[in-house]
Design a protein around this ligand. Structure first.
Ligand SMILES: NC(=O)c1ccc[n+]([C@@H]2O[C@H](COP(=O)([O-])OP(=O)(O)OC[C@H]3O[C@@H](n4cnc5c(N)ncnc54)[C@H](OP(=O)(O)O)[C@@H]3O)[C@@H](O)[C@H]2O)c1
Length: 247
């Protein structure tokens, strides 16, 4: 896989699944801009690891910190919005989870979860498309939830699942309309993944739910991400990476 000279922007690339994708893209020569929600030693050491991965065209890697809230005006004046306009590769990894039945989901929950998991990727996709169309080349990778490839009931996380299911429609719409322009759009739909954001108790509880009893590793998701990004014939795909749990 060779992305030498391609500008990649990763939203939520400083941690979790996004972090592994950032390292994978850097290894493939991409010129990276990595976004995170906070400046931390973990983020700094990731940027050092990326810089050590070797020469690339461009002046990267660059990092940017911007705390995302459900505020369109703040997003439009943020470095995140400015960066995606020149992206060849856009990965929107950030997507907060909410486990709550509908009768316990507040208006603020609805606003935050739908904004972060649907409105935000939608705005960033729209902002990235004109540049990609001009260059006749673009790769967009989004993240669904477990089993959100089609409308289905969710008893445990209906707000999050609804937003992520909408995202599946967005993926198909982009692929259908922009494939002739050299642009692909796909989504990975992970099962429970072993990120640094989980506590030991959460890790154990989630592992018991997933087939085989072990969580998916971020690197496994990143390998699938690199494969999808590197194959333009894959377009409009919703790829379950959940060991068959919700496939
Ligand atoms: N992990 C799973 O088991 C799982 C399962 C199914 C689907 N998914 C989906 O896969 C994608 C990646 O998930 P993930 O587990 O890697 O974690 P994530 O929490 O969605 O993303 C982590 C990244 O987002 C940043 N971030 C967190 N809160 C932020 C905020 N308010 N504003 C700006 N940036 C913020 C983090 O930076 P900081 O570290 O600085 O906060 C980090 O870079 C998501 O879309 C998720 O919905 C995940």
């Amino acid at each position: 896989m060779d992305f030498l000279g391609k500008k990649a922007v990763l939203i939520g690339g400083s941690g979790g699944i996004g972090r592994e994708i950032a390292l994978g893209l850097a290894g493939a020569g991409a010129d990276l801009t990595v976004h995170g929600g906070s400046r931390s030693p973990r983020f700094d050491s990731l940027m050092e690891d990326i810089a050590a991965l070797g020469p690339r065209r461009g002046d990267g890697p660059r990092s940017m910190v911007f705390r995302i809230t459900p505020d369109v005006d703040a997003l439009l004046s943020s470095p995140v919005y400015a960066a995606v306009a020149s992206a060849d590769i856009l990965c929107v990894c950030f997507g907060p989870f909410l486990q709550a039945p509908l009768h316990e989901t507040s208006p603020e929950d609805w606003e935050r979860i739908v904004f972060c998991n649907y409105t935000l990727p939608g705005i960033l996709v729209s902002a990235s498309l004109p540049g990609m169309m001009e260059r006749a080349w673009g790769r967009i990778l989004l993240f669904g939830g477990t089993g959100t490839q089609e409308a289905a009931a969710s008893r445990t996380n209906p707000c999050y699942a609804g937003a992520k299911t909408g995202l599946s429609s967005l993926v198909k719409s982009v692929a259908a309309e922009y494939a002739p322009r050299g642009i692909t759009c796909n989504a990975l739909l992970p099962g429970f993944t072993d990120t640094e954001y989980l506590t030991a108790e959460e890790r154990d509880a989630l592992a018991r739910k997933i087939p085989g009893g072990s969580l998916i590793r971020p690197r496994q998701i990143a390998e699938a991400a690199l494969f999808v990004l590197g194959h333009p014939e894959i377009n409009g795909a919703l790829v379950n990476i959940d060991k068959g749990w919700k496939s």
